[in-house]
Design a protein around this ligand. Structure first.
Ligand code: CAO
Length: 425
């Protein structure tokens, strides 16, 4: 079966997390992703957080499935020739270098366009044009500068970053959408274009409900925030809201049976208005269905602490899974707090390919997250990440059409640096 992006060739200059998540998605959709790495070193994550000495880290393997790897010194003259040939042969160049790196390599947008006018050049940067455009950025910097940290955590605590990699993987997703959109437009215009996604912009996009609240503040307190019920005045910026629901249906994280010893024995509980009467019955407060202080959503807003404390008395008598089963019988929206251990062992996630077991020649079997986006005509098979330079000769021969003699010359020039036998190992 062909894949959605079969025939699309990606020149993948990405490293660390944001760019690699983007090109991994494209690879899962069938694109031929050729990852270009610095000879001898490769993507820095190969060696970061290693759990097994001298074996590509999980950090690297889990972000670089289904790709080919070539090593190429793009600062070497012969290396630049090879890069030029690759630009001619590929549809998209993806990079998340620090600002100005591609220009310093001698391949600014104008030059790439002149080499291949159909090429799409896609970049992740920390910031868009403006005062911080020259800054290097990592995940947590983006979370802080994109508005996530100021709105995460508890009102009386410090700003918090979240475990979800919204700066890196979130921006990778944005970039992937930009790339396929540009590929689609190219079918009409015949031209490539630049696609840029700034991490600050991506995070802010994911925090759009908090910018909504910023503007609502001008018209009065945010009544669904716990602090409203606690009688604490709002300042002039969207505050941290703890575990309050971000929407119009109040929600909280509540303790479940076993919370004293299990850090994840909790459930997220939403007091959705249409099922309020069922909630009252389940928790044993049928009187609240008609009581003026509790019957209507607006009346409940100043009493959310009291209401959730009562609901928690009920959830503490159940495990999170028992509570989930009971509440879902009544269509009451809720969700157990699942640990990474529980997710890793979840058989339904294995069945859908969202959690996959992958075999690697040097590390053996490991778990990864497969493609979370399912296409009925383009299933994603997850194959292991490449070893450093594993496909160098293969790409030079099969993609660029170089002869054995030319390949030997390129090796001799030092552009591939690593000894030949290592590259094809
Ligand atoms: N051959 C020769 N040189 C190469 C090369 C190759 N194949 N690949 C990379 N290089 C060189 C670059 O040319 C650059 O050299 P110069 O600085 O002399 O021009 C050098 O490697 C470093 O590139 P860099 O600035 O991208 O890398 P860094 O480790 O200094 O910074 C990071 C890393 C992530 C902070 C930076 O790349 C960045 O800000 N990227 C954009 C934002 C981003 O994606 N951040 C998220 C990363 S995931 O958490």
């Amino acid at each position: 079966m062909t894949k959605a992006l079969t025939g699309v060739r990606i020149l993948d200059f990405t490293h660390v997390q944001s760019g690699p998540t983007c090109t991994q998605l494209l690879a899962w959709f069938g694109a031929d992703v050729i990852k270009v790495e610095r000879p001898g070193v490769g993507d820095i994550t190969r060696g970061q957080l290693q759990d097994i000495p001298n074996v590509d880290s999980l950090y690297f393997t889990m972000l670089n499935h289904n790709k080919r790897s070539i090593t190429l010194d793009t600062k070497n003259a012969k290396g630049k020739e090879v890069l030029t040939a690759l630009i001619k042969s590929c549809d998209v160049l993806v990079e998340n270098f620090g600002p100005g790196v591609l220009d310093r390599m001698g391949f600014p947008w104008e030059k790439i366009q002149s080499i291949n006018p159909k090429m799409i050049v896609a970049s992740v940067k920390g910031f868009g044009p403006g005062p911080y455009q020259e800054c290097k950025v990592y995940e947590n910097v983006a979370q802080c500068t994109g508005g996530a940290a100021s709105t995460t955590g508890f009102r009386d605590g410090v700003p918090l970053v979240t475990g979800a990699q919204i700066g890196d993987s979130g921006t990778g997703l944005h970039l992937a959408l930009g790339i396929v959109t540009a590929l689609f437009q190219r079918t009409v215009t015949g031209r490539g274009q630049r696609v840029t996604a700034a991490m600050q912009d991506g995070v802010l996009n994911l925090c759009r409900v908090k910018l909504r609240d910023q503007q609502r503040l001008a018209h009065g307190p945010l009544k669904e925030y716990s602090q409203f019920g606690e009688g604490i005045a709002f300042g002039d910026a969207t505050p941290r809201a703890g575990n309050d629901s971000g929407g119009g249906q109040p929600g909280r994280i509540l303790k479940c049976k076993g919370w004293e010893t299990d850090p994840n024995a909790y459930i997220y509980f939403i007091t959705q208005a249409p099922v309020w009467e069922k909630i009252c019955d389940v928790i044993g407060e049928p009187g609240w269905k008609t009581h003026a202080d509790y019957a209507k959503p607006a009346a409940r807003l100043p009493r959310l602490n009291e209401i959730f404390a009562r609901i928690e008395q009920w959830t503490m008598t159940k495990t999170k899974f028992e509570a989930m089963d009971i509440l879902n019988e009544f269509d009451i929206p809720c969700g157990p707090i699942l640990s990474m251990k529980e997710l890793a062992e979840d058989q339904s996630l294995r069945a859908t390919g969202t959690v996959v077991e992958v075999d690697h020649p040097r590390r053996g079997k490991y778990l990864s997250v497969g493609n979370p986006i399912k296409l009925s005509d383009s299933p994603s098979d997850v194959t292991r990440s490449p070893l450093l330079g594993e496909h160098t000769d293969e790409v030079l021969r099969d993609v660029l059409g170089f002869s054995d003699h030319q390949i030997a010359e390129i090796h001799d020039s030092g552009a591939l640096a690593a000894p030949r036998k290592e590259a094809v190992e």
